[in-house]
Structure formats: C-alpha cells, structure tokens
Design a protein around this ligand. Structure first.
Ligand code: GLN
Length: 461
C-alpha cells in the first residue's frame, strides 16, 4: 500500500492516535527526537478532506506551527509558543496532514550533531551512543525510527542532508526559494531552505510538490518551473577527490558509483577548483547573516528575560548572555567580526566573490553532466561528546553539503550502505529546479540498495 495512505488511520482514529502517542513517547525516551510530541494538539489545526487526512508528520522546531512551541533548541525561546504557522506547514495542513510534534535541532540550526541544542539530546536510532547528525537531527531520527512517515527540516549548509545520511534515510534540500521561508526562524537567509526527510523517495516527491511555490510573504520565493523528462540513465559528475575521506565513507561512495555504472550511468571525474573555498566562504556568509538575524533576540519583545536588570542595556546583555549557548555566541561574534567597518573587503566581500566563482564553476560543470554524485559527510555517524568531532572538525566537514547552499541548487541524500552497522549516504546535486532528476536517480538506486530498519524502530503495521 501507498506509504502515506497507510498512516491515515494513525491520525484519524482516536483510539489508534492514543496508542500511537504512547508508543512514540516510550520509544523517544531513548531517542530524544522530539522536543514536543502532541498529536492531540495537532488535531486542532488539521483540516478535513485533504488527500493526506490524518497522516502524521514532524516539524523541526525552528519552523512555526501555531499553538506549538517554537524553541529553536534555545534557552532564548524555551517557553515561546508560536502565534502563527509557516507557509510550508499551512500547505500540509490544507492536505489534511496532522502535525504530530516538533523535533530537536542544534541551537538555531547551528551545528552538525544536534548536540548544541540547549533543550535535549537526540541520539542515532542505529546506535544511541552516537549523534543523529544535525542540525535537523530530531527530524532525521524520528523518521528513521519509524515514528512519522516524513518530517520537515531546514538546510542552511547541510542540515537536512547530513542527518539524513547519518540515519540512513532520504533528505531533500530543494532549490533556494522553491519553498517559502515564511515562518522559518532565520539563521542565514540567503542560504537556507525548508525541505523534507523520509524513508522513501516517493514521499519526498509528494511532499515537495505540496510545499513548494511562490508566497507573497517571502519575496525570495520563486515559481518552480517543472523539470525535464525522465531518462533511463544520466551522466554523473564525480568531483575529483580534494582531501581524504574516512575509509568507510570512501568505500560506500565507491560502491555507489559502481552501482550507478552498472545501471548504465556514465560517470566522469570533474575538477571544481572553487570547492576548496566552500567552508571559509560558507562560514563567513552564514555567520555574517546570523549576526544580523539574531539581533532581534534582545529579551525585550519576546524570548528569555533575565530575573533582574538595572537598565535596558543590562537587560539586553543579560538576556543574550544567559539565553544563547556557546556555539551561537561564537557565530554572532564571528559574524560581527567579518562585517566590521573597514574590514568587509577582506572577509564578507571576498566570500561573496567566492560564492560567485562556485556558481560559475557549477554552471560550467552542468553543461557536461546531469548531476554530481559526492559524499555527504567525510565520516560515519560520530559519538556524542568528546569522543566525537570537535566543533572545528564539524565545520570543516561541511564542504560537500554547503556547496549546494552557496550555489542555491537542489541536492538529495540517498541512503548508501551500512558500514559496521551504521548508515552512510551519498549526495546527488542537480541544476536549479531539477529536483525530479534527483528523485529519479534515487529511485533507480532504491532497487539496488534498499532502505533498512534501525534497531530502534516503531513498526506501525
Ligand atoms: N553544519 C552547518 C552549520 O553548522 C549546517 C547548518 C544548517 O544547515 N542549518 O552551519
């Protein structure tokens, strides 16, 4: 049966909904995917009669859903209830989708492990001593563990694709502007987009078709021109290996390249010189935008309020000092540094030039190939805490994913193989508006490398 339709009774039938809620609460004790799980609350928003009536979904907690919390994983917003609903979520509600809960994330989307959340720890359903990735780690863990058939995430530099890879599922970062950002709490506005995570490609396709479109509330939203015809095979560009990969990632990546070749795809090694500068350009632009976007959190209109302050100046200082975690503070400082007067030429403007060079390089590459196939992240899912990757190592590891954000192109994580019991995915990237090409290439691989169930899994059958 159609995967989504098989979920309808879960949301529609009050008895089933109750059992479902209890089962999710019990499994999520070990997983920590949700910051709030409350399908009953979701029923107050749900609209009757849509194609997906009663189908539950999870929403990353930096996307607004009226009446639900909107914490961004931050102490700054830990008690904040959203007074309105994001456009992408509104479109789901029109189809009858039931919002079941809000998922954990790195604070304001800043990180690759979900461990920078101030409000909870999310673990990987394949091995709870490891991270689920980030920043949409809660959405990825919830989907991989079978708690919901799909989830919304956001992707500024890889935050949908990297946790999807770590949890062994599909994750789509659409073309920039294809999905309205109205109702997404901004981190780096020129880079980010709302997208979908699921255990099957067809669900990703369907949900993407529902949530995309021009929105008068977001002036960067664009008409999505439907992409071209399906073909039996495509030309795949393989970016020349710039630096080392973990051997396990390398081996899965090589196997997937081989599997595509076996299916008749042409592969070609592609030189993309600007890729070397992706990480510095991404972190310059992302932190610059973050320092402006997060200026609104001053403890006055909403958000965290310190117990006591002598004057408004002190109130703001204390609110920001006590409300933000270390990673967020670091990024605001970095962003302020790169934007300070007299120094913009050295950092921000230079990063924008690199961004243009990356776009030009990719335009050229897409004359020769239909898609790029790359790793998602250079390591397998890493352990929580000290045994894992340092914040600096995590940033350096964004090189494969942040490319698509700088260029605004669509990209999809496709589950690859398990290596020592942990999933490792690969990434397909296509020219703007060519999401359909990504789905099709992923479907071809789904027959060869089927998706698997992790040890922590809720079977709703
Ligand atoms: N890891 C990246 C960062 O920390 C990606 C974040 C994201 O896409 N929201 O900025």
């Amino acid at each position: 049966m159609d995967n989504l339709i098989s979920w309808q009774s879960t949301g529609n039938d009050p008895g089933r909904r109750k059992t479902y809620t209890e089962q999710v609460h019990s499994l999520d004790k070990n997983l920590g995917a949700f910051l709030q799980f409350d399908p009953e609350k979701g029923t107050h928003l749900a609209k009757e009669g849509g194609h997906l009536e009663g189908v539950p979904c999870a929403v990353k907690d930096n996307i607004a859903v009226k009446g639900f919390k909107l914490t961004c994983g931050s102490n700054m917003l830990k008690d904040f209830i959203s007074p309105y609903t994001a456009t992408a979520v509104e479109k789901l509600l029109e189809q009858g989708v039931l919002i079941a809960g809000k998922t954990n994330l790195d604070e304001f989307g800043m990180g690759s492990s979900t461990d920078t959340s101030s409000l909870g720890t999310t673990s990987n359903p394949w091995d709870i001593s490891r991270v689920a990735g980030g920043s949409s780690g809660g959405s990825a863990a919830a989907v991989a563990a079978g708690l919901v058939p799909f989830a919304l995430g956001t992707d500024t530099g890889g935050s949908i694709r990297q946790p999807a890879s770590f949890c062994g599922i599909y994750g789509l970062k659409p073309t920039y502007g294809a999905v309205s950002r109205y109702g997404l709490v901004a981190y780096a506005s020129s880079l980010e987009v709302i997208g979908v995570l699921s255990r099957d490609v067809e669900t990703i396709r369907r949900i993407f078709h529902i949530i995309h479109g021009v929105d008068p509330m977001d002036h960067s939203s664009i008409e999505h021109i439907p992409s071209g015809e399906k073909r039996d095979s495509y030309r795949l560009g393989i970016p020349a290996p710039g630096d080392q990969l973990d051997p396990e990632v390398e081996s899965v990546y090589t196997d997937v390249i081989e599997a595509y070749r076996d299916r008749g795809f042409d592969t070609k090694i592609i030189e993309i010189p600007s890729l070397e500068y992706v990480v510095p350009a991404y972190y310059t632009i992302a932190t610059a935008e973050a320092s402006a976007n997060l200026a609104r959190f001053n403890g006055i209109r909403y958000g965290y309020r310190p117990e006591w302050a002598e004057n408004p100046e002190e109130l703001m200082r204390k609110a920001r000092d006590e409300g933000f975690g270390d990673e967020v503070k670091l990024r605001i400082l970095l962003g302020t540094y790169v934007l300070r007067s007299g120094f913009q030429d050295q950092y921000y403007i230079r990063a924008q030039k690199i961004r243009t060079a990356i776009r030009n390089d990719l335009d050229r590459v897409f004359q020769e190939v239909d898609m790029l196939l790359s790793p998602v992240f250079p390591t397998p899912p890493f352990p929580h805490g000290e045994a894992g990757l340092s914040p600096f190592q995590q940033k350096m590891a964004d090189r494969f994913t942040a490319t698509a954000n700088l260029a605004g192109i669509p990209a999809l994580t496709v589950p690859g193989k398990l290596s020592r019991g942990l999933p490792i995915g690969v990434q397909l990237m296509a020219p703007p508006f060519e999401e359909e090409r990504l789905f099709h290439a992923a479907e071809i691989m789904a027959g060869v490398l089927p998706i698997q169930k992790p040890p922590l899994f809720l079977d709703m059958e």
